[in-house]
Design a protein around this ligand. Sequence first.
Ligand code: SAM
Length: 261
Amino acid sequence: MWVFVLKRENASHEADLDVLWDFGATGLEEGEREVRAYFERRVDLPLIGEWQQAEERDWQAEWKASLRPVEAGRITIVPPWLRGEVPEGRLALVIDIGMAFGTGHHETTRMAVEELGRTDLAGKRVLDVGTGSGVLAIAAMRLGASEALGVDLDPVTIPAARENARANGLDPDGLTLRFVEGTLSDVRAAPFDVIVANLYAELHDMLMNQYRDVIVASGSLLLTGILTSKLDVVLAALARQGFSHVDTRTDGDWALVAARA
Ligand code: SAM
């Protein structure tokens, strides 16, 4: 890979940036004193600057190497290559990075795993709506649930979730843990003792009547993916459907709401 370094004093800004893109730049880094334009090969540019050979960097490998274990209540979430770093006595949850959301690094995933850890799951049936990597359904099983079902509209998530289940010693083809492509209206195994969903406020608002339809009396509803600025939308929908609000937790701009049916 090659980098064309253009000093700011020689650049007429926007017009020159357009030239770099037009001549095939694959990326631009704009610093205060210079612009660095990345190219697959050297080209004849009508600009004054200097060509340098760039060091090839494996961004994916660098990012993977920077990942650290995530502590979420009683659970430590790790990618497979950090499995050995889970301290003794903690529950390990192995989640590979992939196409599906849910490595545990997002505040909402972490809060949901923590909340599952505070919920009595022993012998309970859990529904995870928007399962992504399967992290919440798998966490529920690790925390003692008797059954968990993960549903997701996005087809790429289901193989990822199934693979993550296997990485945790769980059988995604067994009777207790399953992942299904679809949404709440596709769920045929109701009712559930616990519903956990990391979606977003407006969608929780829309789905609230369906949560009500598939939850047992006194069941726990754990909702996250909610921006704190949108909490009112979710609290109003809970009240509308007759759920009692139990608790709200926040982390930065994000909130998790726990309610009882
Ligand atoms: N549960 C994982 C976690 O907590 O990290 C992933 C959450 S991710 C923010 C939301 C997931 O919900 C995505 O995988 C998306 O495809 C899925 N999703 C969005 N709308 C949905 C719907 N109406 N029904 C089911 N899944 C949905």
